[in-house]
Design a protein around this ligand. Structure first.
Ligand SMILES: CN1CCN(Cc2ccc(Cn3ccc4ccc(-c5n[nH]c(N)c5C#N)cc43)cc2)CC1
Length: 248
């Protein structure tokens, strides 16, 4: 997989080369290109924004600069380029569709992800409109809160996607057991010491009875989901013991 990120703050994306993501790059599982949008400016001030048509607060990012950047970073489509081979342009925005784990799985199947990090009030809409003619484009939001730009969202999305790639998590952790993989939140986890500040690990976890342990973990997951994210229960596949637990 290749990830290209266009931003006016390239240093913000340095974490893409650290830790787990950095190891994925070192192993050749992912190629990462971080590009400074100002490299496509032509004025002495290297300006990337301008005032919004129709008035209103703040500034809007100029289509001319973005257009040249995307032209350079998106290879001319080969006639028999399959859909999954076409670059997917991901544009984080507060106005985007919510980014979900299923999006992460879908993005992980693509060969080339291109991220456009906006700043100011966002990017001139014509950039997305024009890009949509030659590639898949998705405007997504990572949550119902307001950030200053798209860089943090790109780090979130990139991590959620890259960790799903074969060979990245290794045997230590399978993403099949992720939160949301069965539609529920994960329950509590414990490790040594067995007692910490007079708080003991639940006895069932030390019982060695894996049927009991699995049931206990499922019950904890159901309780936590019912308490924190009840809307997820409607989509989860619940069996009779699950329903009995929730009816308590
Ligand atoms: C008068 N009002 C008119 C509406 N605007 C809305 C607005 C427009 C841009 C920005 C700043 N910004 C620029 C690029 C960019 C990308 C992603 C995100 C982002 N925020 N939250 C998420 N979950 C995000 C994601 N993913 C924010 C971004 C903030 C707020 C405010 C002022």
């Amino acid at each position: 997989m290749r990830l290209d990120v266009v931003t006016v703050f390239p240093e913000y994306l340095a974490p893409l080369r650290l830790a787990l993501l950095g190891r994925a790059v070192d192993r050749g599982i992912v190629e990462v290109g971080i590009h400074d949008l100002r490299d496509w400016t032509h004025d002495v001030h290297r300006s990337v924004d301008d005032t919004p048509f129709g008035g209103g607060p703040g500034m809007v990012m100029r289509p001319t600069v973005w257009g040249e950047a995307l032209d350079d970073l998106v290879p001319v489509p080969h006639p028999d380029t399959g859909d999954d081979d076409r670059p997917l342009l991901i544009v984080p925005t507060p106005a985007g569709r919510p980014f979900t784990q299923s999006d992460a799985h879908r993005y992980a199947r693509r060969r080339h992800l291109l991220f456009a990090c906006g700043r100011y009030e966002g990017i001139d809409q014509r950039v997305v409109d024009e890009a949509s003619e030659t590639m898949d484009v998705e405007e997504v939001s990572i949550g119902d809160y307001v950030l200053i730009g798209g860089e943090v969202a790109v780090l979130v999305i990139a991590e959620a996607v890259v960790r799903l790639l074969p060979g990245v998590l290794g045997n230590r952790r399978s993403h099949e057991e992720d939160s949301f993989s069965d539609g529920l939140l994960e329950g509590p986890s414990y490790t040594r010491p067995e007692v910490w500040r007079d708080r003991a690990v639940p006895e069932v976890l030390k019982s060695g009875n894996h049927a009991r342990i699995d049931r206990w973990r499922r019950d904890q997951s159901l309780r936590r989901t019912a308490e924190r994210r009840p809307e997820l229960l409607a989509r989860a596949e619940l069996d009779t013991p699950d329903l009995a637990l929730l009816a308590e």
